[in-house]
Design a protein around this ligand. Structure first.
Ligand code: C2E
Ligand code: MG
Ligand code: MG
Length: 585
């Protein structure tokens, strides 16, 4: 037997209390009570019932219950039968009661109140029905609270967008519908580039507001029937449920790109964000929620690789590429331990005297199956998965040990240059790591040059200024690598305290072909000289380039024209015989 609820008890009590004293008692209870006669006319309302229905006891008396207690079904919005007959479901015992939890009471003034009710028939000597008691209570606040709870469980607190659980539900439903109707749908992954940087530099409050702004704009540019969800962090996913052709999804992706990349105003400041979008479509790319999400994620990865503010549709080769990347990453994790890295060294020359001024250490990976791999093939990956820190430490130590070995082998002092990536340069223990290697190998600081690209320096320019000052204090040389390809401002260039500028080979290689490039190279040489920097040209491949560079006062050069990067042993030979006898005319 079910335990008796409060309403059950009230209804039972009210049956037996049919006099003034009883009415007084009923007035003092918390539930609403309505009593009707055998004809279904109201005979009594207690205080609470007066309040809940909006009817006074006097006015209600003699009216049909259905008029005073206008009930509708919450879900169907249809009127509910409140006649006494409806209170006794067919075939039930004579003293039975009827209850309803999902109903709404329309008050006399038209306001709707969610109620829970219990109707009990009064029978004389257990025989004919002489009336009924309806006990009810206002449950609107409880219902609102439980609705709110279920909303909270299914939505993201920051943006109020559906969360992953609800999104997956909707996607699964949309897939079955699309399957039945033979339709398509699309899943669109939207990711903000460098959101972490905004969060770190401007604070979480600004980051949160930016995410809310992004959510608002996404909502504005998709259909009401589409579902947008924040999967966490800066990652959003959109279910485009009405897609006739793939082009429809492309239009949505373009719209989203345009909407999100327009400046966001947060706390009176204008913020730009870059966005990458990956799209997968049903049924082409996958038949279930998981594979569609997975493929959209693959496409997103590809979009990120291609640079900022673009969208990509999933293509099957992306999957293969990603699988390949994953296997390379797994190998990369073991490469240091297996001693698979090697450094090649490329000499730099004084363009006037032809003397070797130093060597640049360039990493290679002798992959057991794939063969010799160049930095472009694995350094960005190592950066992404954090392995670059260990690799960078190895490069620095190996290069300095080699310089020491050349010196000990009687080849004189050979200054070495080592390339440093963004992650390494920003690491807390970067400076102490450099110091430790110098001490361990006995290489003099002025014979170590660190090469930093403009993007490494500009990643956090203010912090870079400080680190460069400390490097300078240690006596280490600093070169700005690939100069001219990044976005460093002249204001920073002055503050960066570098010793050398390395001109990117793309400029050098166009010297003879394009007079404008020639003009740029000569201007860059002049900038370097006026900032009291050594100027080193990268990628010198021909005598024409060499002549031009010398003529315009470029101090040093490096390139295939002089020597390719070589293993250490072969370089030792070069030191002995020198490069290109005919260099100095
Ligand atoms: P980078 O520092 O600008 O190095 C110069 C690149 O130009 C090297 O490519 C070198 O082989 C190539 N090069 C030299 N002479 C010529 C030439 O005459 N013509 C042409 N077309 N290219 C020439 P590599 O070794 O493939 O390295 C590519 C980049 O990878 C480097 O550019 C550097 O940014 C990065 N890298 C290399 N080694 C390391 C390392 O140990 N750590 C880090 N973080 N990055 C490295
Ligand atoms: Mg370099
Ligand atoms: Mg370079």
């Amino acid at each position: 037997m079910k335990p008796m609820t409060k309403l059950d008890i009230r209804a039972a009590e009210a049956i037996y209390l049919e006099n003034e004293v009883a009415n007084l008692t009923l007035d003092s209870i918390g539930e609403a009570v309505l009593r009707a006669d055998s004809l279904g006319k109201v005979t009594y309302l207690n205080r609470v019932a007066e309040k809940v229905t909006g009817w006074s006891r006097e006015e209600a008396r003699g009216r049909p219950v259905a008029e005073v207690l206008r009930l509708i079904d919450d879900a169907r919005r249809a009127a509910l039968d409140t006649s006494l007959g409806a209170a006794t479901p067919e075939g039930e015992a004579p003293s039975s009661t009827a209850s309803g939890t999902n109903c709404i009471l329309v008050r006399r003034d038209g306001l709707e109140v969610g109620i829970e009710r219990k109707t009990t028939l009064i029978r004389e000597h257990g025989e004919s029905v002489t009336g009924a008691i309806v006990a009810f209570r206002d449950v609107s606040a409880e219902r609102a609270r439980s609705l709110e709870m279920s909303h909270l469980a299914q939505h993201d607190a920051l943006t109020d967008l559906p969360n992953r659980v609800l999104f997956n539900d909707r996607l699964t439903q949309a897939i079955s519908l699309a399957e039945r109707q033979g339709k398509q749908l699309a899943v669109m992954f939207v990711d903000l580039d460098h959101f972490k940087k905004i969060n770190d530099s401007l604070g979480h409050d600004v980051g949160d507001k930016l995410l809310q702004s992004v959510a608002g704009r996404l909502k504005a540019c998709v259909r009401r029937s589409d579902t947008i969800s924040r999967l966490g962090g800066d990652e959003f996913v959109v279910l485009l449920s009405q897609v006739e052709h793939a082009e429809d999804a492309a239009i949505s992706a373009q719209k989203a790109l345009r909407a999100l990349t327009a400046p966001h105003t947060i706390d009176g400041k204008s913020l730009d964000v870059n966005v990458s979008i990956g799209v997968s479509t049903y049924p082409n790319d996958g038949k279930d929620a998981e594979s569609l999400l997975n493929r959209a994620d693959n496409a997103l990865y590809e979009a990120k690789q291609r640079g900022r503010n673009n969208y990509q549709f999933f293509r099957h080769e992306m999957h293969a590429r990603l699988a390949d990347r994953q296997s390379l990453e797994a190998d990369l994790r073991c490469a240091l331990g297996r001693n698979e890295f090697v450094l090649h060294y490329q000499p730099k020359l004084n363009l006037q005297t032809g003397q070797i001024t130093g060597v640049e250490a360039l990493i290679r990976w002798l992959h057991p199956q794939r063969g010799l791999l160049y930095p472009e093939q694995f350094v960005p990956l190592a950066e992404e998965c954090g392995l670059i820190l260990g690799i960078g430490q190895w490069v620095l130590l190996e290069a300095c040990q080699q310089a020491r070995a050349w010196r000990d082998g009687g080849l004189g002092v050979v200054p070495v240059s080592v390339n440093v990536s963004t992650t390494e340069f920003g690491a807390q223990d970067f400076l102490s790591g450099v110091r430790a290697v110098l001490i361990a190998t006995g290489v003099e600081p002025r014979n170590l040059e660190l090469e930093l690209t403009e993007s490494v320096l500009m990643h956090d320019a203010e912090a870079a200024v400080v680190t460069l000052i400390k490097l300078k204090a240690m006596g280490v040389q600093v070169a700005i690598d690939d100069f001219g390809t990044g976005y460093s401002s002249f204001a920073y260039l002055r503050r960066f305290h570098s010793d050398a500028l390395k001109l990117h080979h793309s400029f050098v290689q166009e010297i003879a072909a394009d007079p404008r490039d020639a003009a740029i190279v000569s201007a860059m040489i002049n900038i370097g000289r006026s900032l009291k920097q050594r100027v080193i040209a990268e990628g010198v491949e021909t005598s024409t380039q060499l002549e031009f560079l010398r003529h315009h006062g470029c101090g040093e050069g490096q390139g295939f024209y002089f020597s390719r990067p070589l293993v250490a042993e072969r370089l030792a030979n070069l030191f002995k015989v020198g490069i290109l006898d005919g260099l100095v005319h």
